[in-house]
Design a protein around this ligand. Structure first.
Ligand SMILES: [Ca+2]
Length: 158
């Protein structure tokens, strides 16, 4: 049986559904944030239904009160938003009057710590960010990120 108990997340990641999530408090530009998530074995988060959205938003309550990058972007084609993780877009949660396309480099999407709504923003802005990965089954070797020390990365519960 494939029970939730048979799935595991790396230390400090939070399991939800068949996914693992972590809010990282280092402020980084979107590309650097994504690279960090990939180094940890995942990608920037892709809340792809209401439940995942609610969960990612709930993680922000443990942050510094600021907005956080997620994986949504229209870097390839203006106004054609997609997930950095290549997941099919099943859901969006744009905030009111979003996306605004204020600048030609407003190609990356954040989740508002105030409303949970999404906003497009300039990718170079430094923000905290939420990473996501598939949960590993317990009968498989745990996918441990290469670096988990608090010295290298400022995790939430260090
Ligand atoms: Ca754009």
């Amino acid at each position: 049986m494939d029970t939730p108990e048979s799935k595991i997340c790396p230390p400090r990641w939070k399991g939800y559904g068949d996914q693992c999530y972590i809010l990282l408090l280092d402020k980084r530009a979107w590309f650097d944030a994504r690279a960090d998530c990939q180094m940890l074995g995942g990608d920037l988060s892709s809340p792809n239904n209401q439940q995942q959205q609610d969960f990612v938003y709930s993680l922000l309550q443990y942050g510094d009160g600021h907005d956080a990058w997620i994986g949504f972007n229209d870097l390839k084609d203006e106004s054609l938003f997609e997930w950095s993780s290549d997941k099919q877009v099943m859901y969006t949660n744009w905030d009111v009057f979003q996306p605004q396309h204020i600048s030609s480099s407003s190609d990356c999407v954040l989740i508002s710590s105030q409303t949970g709504g999404w906003k497009d923003d300039v990718c170079d802005r430094q923000r905290q960010y939420v990473c996501q990965m598939d949960q590993a089954s317990s009968d498989q070797p745990t996918r441990q990120p290469a670096i988990m020390g608090c010295e290298q990365v400022s995790y939430l519960y260090c």
